[in-house]
Write a protein that binds this ligand. Structure first.
Ligand code: BGC
Length: 669
């Protein structure tokens, strides 16, 4: 660990603590606090979930704690933020979350979440940023900067390979070094480089050891390789062996010192030393000092007046992050069209549940939001033939309520699939709106629809953004940060659940306790998401990067600023993008690189650059993307190091991973 000036100061403080005081600090208290040593000016730090806004959590905090905030903004979920591909917006979003933390006196935000989307059934996909490490990293960098710019600690979670919530404390992710480096760690690395001050380890085991007490992971990889110098905390109730926890490089057991309760005895019998405990406490205190968290005026209640501005950022995120997957021309709808609304979330809130849930305020249901945009909207629970005949267009709401603590099937329940399918077949202008935290099975009805809009969990303003998109007031620009497969068996994560076991959908701690540790074998290695579908030549229903607009963009004039690229160099890729339609729109231009893969198999293409360009009708602009040679490295498993592969690399520029419009090349030397 680096000895920063904060570590020096922390060392001095810790040297004045009694052993009991130090032992009291290696676990949390009251659910979400660290323990204070008031006589030394070390005050208690308050933590709160999570990535998509502040969980006010009033009912969870017992005496003597008070709710953090009366109100906080329910932002769109993180996978929707990723669907914007707009890292500048990620910074604004996170700064707004940071301001709300400051208003509530929250020192540590227990987010952002950044586990890679390995499989669509994971109950927490909504809390993360999709399947691609480059996209996730580019959002995380700005997210961390946004939160911490407000003086609040950002916690990168959950380290690492925490890609299922099915008996999450019992899943052992068996993952190779290369996949870890190339796929699962880059977002963490980006967060660390952006200055993130905390990391939360995950519930699962990795290669046979629980992450929260995994020395190889925390000391060798996180602290050594990734150079992380600050606070590492466990997930809540996630450790099993005190000695291992202390030796692993872990700093803090949350929510309380339970496994670590008898550490005093371990010191006495020599299993661990007081110096080990000093290290843990120094790390916690140094982190707090580096962000000046012990000051009395940390809480800034006046910032609550910024809620309207935060709501505007939330709305902008929902506008940019709602993805139009299919449109045969039915959208946008005329304001006076006869619109029939039906389905699951027409009147109900769609949201992701668990620690990340944010209550929000002033939510508009879909019916209310659409009712404000369309003069002739009718809600009907079970539309009859005559209802359908009346309608110019039918909006069917469907989706899932994803939740921390369990996974959910890729396919909707059969009755739900049948209902959507029946309506889509009965009415030629059926628009399906999906609210879900990840991909769902749409095979069977997608081709019968006139349009499909993926609205994720849009937070309190999500339905307003939806209404604006359906009416054409906003031109959609969101792009999928995931692949949506036709069948779950097509996906790289298929088969992760132990054979014969069933989904459950409730907190089931006793059963989880009793459940045996089971292996989730990441046999696909680095071939996650589109890397998998490309290599296996499997046609997804909707590919990574896909998303339609009400206008059309033309790509031309690809130019690569150099013919070759060496270590430490960068190259500029430019192309012209023209709006050849009749309305203003924003295009997300995606740059993929295809490596030769002659030494070790490489994905056919990998995302390495993004440009967002807004264009009026007929307007053209030059998109410019710079690629640094380090971005093109791969992890050599034989030598355990990053390497460049010499040879011709394809430069692919397009509107999705399966809609490549321009191709060039660069020689790596
Ligand atoms: C979740 C964490 C969360 C913590 C505190 C756990 O159940 O896995 O993501 O930060 O609870 O609420």
């Amino acid at each position: 660990m680096k000895e920063t000036m904060y570590h020096q100061r922390a060392k001095e403080l810790v040297s004045q603590m009694t052993l009991d005081e130090k032992l009291s600090m290696i676990g949390g208290i009251h659910g979400f606090y660290t323990v204070a040593v008031d006589r030394l000016g070390v005050s208690s730090l308050f933590m709160s979930d999570a990535s998509q806004g502040v969980n006010v959590r009033s009912e969870w905090l017992g005496e003597p704690m008070t709710p953090a905030l009366k109100q906080s903004t329910a932002f769109p979920c993180l996978v929707q933020l990723a669907s914007t591909w707009d890292s500048a917006l990620a910074r604004r979003y996170a700064a707004a979350v940071g301001e709300e933390c400051r208003a509530g006196g929250i020192h540590v935000l227990l987010g952002p979440g950044m586990n890679i989307y390995r499989q669509s059934q994971c109950g927490r996909n909504f809390e993360y940023l999709g399947e691609d490490p480059f996209l996730a990293a580019s959002m995380i960098r700005e997210y961390v900067t946004g939160v911490q710019g407000e003086g609040v600690v950002a916690t990168l979670k959950h380290l690492v390979a925490n890609n299922t919530d099915f008996y999450r404390r019992k899943s052992n992710s068996v993952v190779d070094d290369r996949a870890l480096r190339e796929i699962y760690l880059p977002a963490f690395q980006a967060g660390i480089e952006a200055g993130a001050k905390a990391i939360m380890t995950s519930y699962n085991l990795i290669n046979g050891e629980w992450c929260s007490q995994n020395r190889e992971l925390i000391t060798t990889v996180l602290r050594g390789e990734l150079g992380f110098d600050w606070l590492v905390m466990t997930d809540w109730w996630a450790v099993n062996d005190a000695e291992k926890v202390i030796r692993s490089g872990q700093d803090l057991e949350m929510p309380a010192a339970q496994i670590l309760a008898d550490t005093g005895a371990l010191i006495e019998d020599g299993s661990v030393s007081e110096t080990d405990i000093d290290r843990m406490v120094i790390s916690q205190v140094a982190t707090a000092l580096s962000m000046d968290l012990y000051r009395d005026d940390y809480r800034a209640p006046e910032l609550i007046e910024r809620l309207p501005e935060h709501e505007a950022v939330a709305l902008q995120t929902a506008r940019e992050g709602t993805v139009l997957l299919r449109n045969t021309g039915v959208l946008p709808l005329a304001a006076d069209a006869h619109i029939l609304l039906t389905g699951r979330f027409a009147r109900e809130k769609a949201f992701g549940g668990g620690a990340a849930e944010v209550e929000g305020f002033a939510w508009k249901t879909m019916e209310e939001a659409l009712g404000a945009s369309f003069s002739d909207l009718r809600f009907v629970e079970n539309p009859s033939t005559s209802d359908l005949e009346w309608a110019d267009a039918v909006i069917v709401s469907t989706g899932t309520l994803d939740h921390e603590g369990w996974d959910r099937p890729f396919a909707l329940p059969p009755e739900e699939e049948q209902t959507v399918s029946r309506i889509a077949r009965a009415h030629s202008a059926t628009i399906v709106v999906v609210n879900a935290g990840g991909g769902i099975r749409m095979t069977g009805w997608a081709d019968d629809t006139a349009a499909i809009v993926y609205g994720w969990y849009g937070g309190q303003t999500g339905n307003q953004a939806l209404a604006e998109i359906l009416s054409g007031a906003v031109n959609p620009s969101g792009k999928l940060p995931i692949t949506i497969e036709r069948e779950f068996d097509d996906s790289p994560g298929a088969g992760y659940m132990p054979p014969g076991e069933e989904f459950y959908s409730d907190w089931n701690s006793d059963e989880e306790e009793a459940h045996a540790v089971y292996d989730v074998i990441y046999s696909e290695g680095v071939f996650v998401g589109y890397r998998w579908y490309d290599t296996k030549d499997i046609e997804p229903l909707y590919p990574f990067g896909h998303g339609l607009s009400y206008t059309t963009f033309d790509y031309s004039d690809l130019s690569v600023s150099a013919a070759s690229l060496g270590e430490g160099e960068a190259v500029n890729v430019t192309c012209t993008v023209r709006n050849i339609g009749s309305v203003r729109g924003t295009e997300v231009i995606q740059l993929y690189v295809g490596s030769p893969g002659k030494i070790h198999p490489r994905p056919i293409k990998e995302l390495k650059g993004i440009a967002r360009i807004e264009l009026g009708p007929g307007e053209a602009k030059v998109a410019q993307i710079s690629i640094d040679a380090t971005l093109l490295r791969y992890w050599d498993p034989d030598r355990s190091e990053w390497r460049m592969e010499p040879g011709t690399h394809r430069i692919l520029v397009g509107a999705s991973s399966r809609d490549i419009r321009l191709e060039g090349a660069i020689e790596l030397i």
